[in-house]
Design a protein around this ligand. Structure first.
Ligand SMILES: NC(=O)c1ccc[n+]([C@@H]2O[C@H](COP(=O)([O-])OP(=O)(O)OC[C@H]3O[C@@H](n4cnc5c(N)ncnc54)[C@H](O)[C@@H]3O)[C@@H](O)[C@H]2O)c1
Length: 479
């Protein structure tokens, strides 16, 4: 049934190519009609943010959790009046009165929802991480191109003009030759628990639709959000906050393709829980301009404390070290000369809703102009910053447990990595992790061909470029 409808829309889309771009598809008064998929948390900000743009209406919201859907419909209707509700995203794609879908679902749905959206003739704003795996990002790009769709990835600092100008100057030599980019996401989270016995999804959720391409296995007590910590549905902290931070690092080194070499070290410590992804993680990427070393921690500075670690005063962001100076910051920050004197401040920030509003406005501008070149974060850019996360996770998953002493020996050739590893080891000790007797996962040393985005002579790593999709929720080989 869904297939039939989809064919209908494909032929309708083909038929309209002779008409003016929006003569058929836009709503009354050329309004752009938006439906938000997934409205528990970030989707809520999209539901409230898009209607603030002139000529844009949120006409519907979609969520397989009826409790979330009902709550958000009520909230929305108090401000803007009634909104159409959908529990199955396929009905959104089948709806001819929808121009744009915003994908605020968990990561495992991003690829398929974007491909289906493009096939159905919708433009798509998809949240970060761009994809759940590297292969499906390629399919998203192909679908956007084939169906002439506008697809923006929600890495919103790309819509910050001050950062754009600053990184352009860095590329032109503002900091001289770059030595290293240190990147940080130093947070504090809690164990998600190790429940005994089988778990059931909340009665309000259609768990089949929620799971989509992923297996329906359930190992978490908190249904929403904690899916981040399982490979089946999430990509760990690296794929959660990493796309934002690594995007800045990639911007700084002007990385227009993926690096050839990636190495990860880390593990999940101090918590006795079902989570699978690391809570202490370091990844080194070798870009042409300079190495990038990303440090992630979800533990406090010491056991029992309610704080988080910092480096040069920041918990998250980047430290770009060059011959002629250093930048420390996130979307705001300071530029230092080699003597440590502040010579410039970036202080404008990214604007309302953490930069998301400007990013939505940029997307809508491109929806109207029909030019992907107007987008600040098209699929290719969102993919590159997201794929860095996937590379780090692939290295981690294919690694082997070694002693902390052995790990130290293995990373000694790279000073930034060695220093980061020492900080992680000290922090774990302070959290009562017995590093003398415990192991750390030393990741596989990955070598990638940046052109084909395939690993060289590494079938195990190549196997992790793609997931197993659960029928009928399969990203097609031919989009
Ligand atoms: N750009 C940013 O700054 C930013 C910030 C937070 C989250 N995010 C991203 O947004 C996404 C969602 O994060 P969250 O914190 O809102 O997660 P969440 O788990 O709190 O909410 C996700 C919602 O999506 C719904 N959902 C699941 N399957 C669906 C489907 N098939 N159709 C429609 N809805 C579906 C869930 O029921 C839930 O209500 C994640 O990918 C996350 O990485 C981006």
């Amino acid at each position: 049934m869904y297939r039939l409808s989809r064919r209908h829309f494909l032929s309708a889309a083909a038929g309209c190519s002779l008409l003016a771009p929006w003569s058929r598809v836009l709503g009354a008064n050329n309004d752009i009609r938006v439906v938000v998929l997934g409205v528990n948390n970030i989707g809520r900000t999209h539901m409230l943010g898009f209607p603030q743009i002139p000529g844009v209406r949120v006409t519907g919201i979609c969520d397989p959790d009826s409790a979330v859907l009902g709550k958000r419909a009520e909230e929305f209707s108090k401000i803007h009046g009634p909104v159409k509700t959908y529990s199955d995203l396929r009905h959104v794609f089948d709806d001819p009165d929808v121009d744009v879908v915003v994908v605020g679902t968990p990561n495992h749905w991003h690829g398929l929802a974007t491909v289906w959206g493009c096939q159905a003739g919708k433009d798509v704003y998809v949240e970060k991480p761009c994809s759940h795996n590297i292969w499906e990002a390629g399919q998203m790009h192909k679908a956007a191109t084939k169906y002439n769709r506008i697809v923006q990835v929600g890495i919103q600092r790309r819509s910050n003009p001050e950062l754009k100008e600053f990184f352009q100057q860095v590329h032109e030599g503002l900091l001289g030759e770059l030595k290293v980019v240190r990147a940080f996401y130093l947070s504090r989270r809690n164990s998600i628990g190790r429940p005994s016995g089988p778990l059931k999804p909340p009665a309000t959720v259609n768990h089949d639709l929620w799971s989509g391409p992923a297996s329906t296995e359930l190992k978490r007590v908190k249904y929403h959000y904690d899916w981040h910590w399982f490979w089946n549905t999430g990509n760990g902290e690296l794929g959660n906050n990493g796309p934002h931070i690594l995007d800045l690092a990639r911007w700084a080194v002007n990385g227009t393709q993926l690096p050839e070499k990636t190495l990860s070290i880390g593990g999940r410590y101090a918590w006795d829980d079902n989570g699978e992804t690391p809570n202490s993680h370091i990844i080194r990427y070798e870009f042409d301009a300079a190495p990038v070393v990303f440090e992630i921690s979800d533990l406090p500075t010491a056991k029992g404390k309610k704080d988080r670690r910092s480096y040069e005063g920041i918990n998250y962001g980047i430290v770009v070290e060059g011959e002629k100076g250093k930048f420390v910051g996130f979307d705001k920050g300071k530029l230092y000369d080699p003597d440590g004197k502040v010579i410039r401040e970036l202080n404008k920030g990214s604007g309302p809703d953490g930069g998301r509003q400007h990013h939505r406005e940029n997307f809508i501008k491109a929806v109207r102009s029909r030019k992907t070149s107007d987008l600040n974060c098209p699929v290719h850019d969102g993919h590159l910053s997201t794929a860095l996360c996937h590379l780090g996770n692939i290295s981690h998953r294919l690694g082997e447990p070694v002693s902390f002493e052995q790990m130290k020996e293995q990373v000694k050739e790279s000073a930034p990595l060695r220093e980061a590893a020492a900080r992680m080891t000290r922090q774990l000790s302070a959290n009562d992790v017995p590093v003398e007797t415990m192991t750390v996962q030393l990741g596989s040393r990955l070598t990638l061909d940046p052109k084909s985005e395939k690993f060289i002579n590494d079938p195990a790593a190549n196997a992790l470029l793609k997931r197993e999709y659960r029928a009928p929720y399969i990203v097609p080989e031919q989009v």
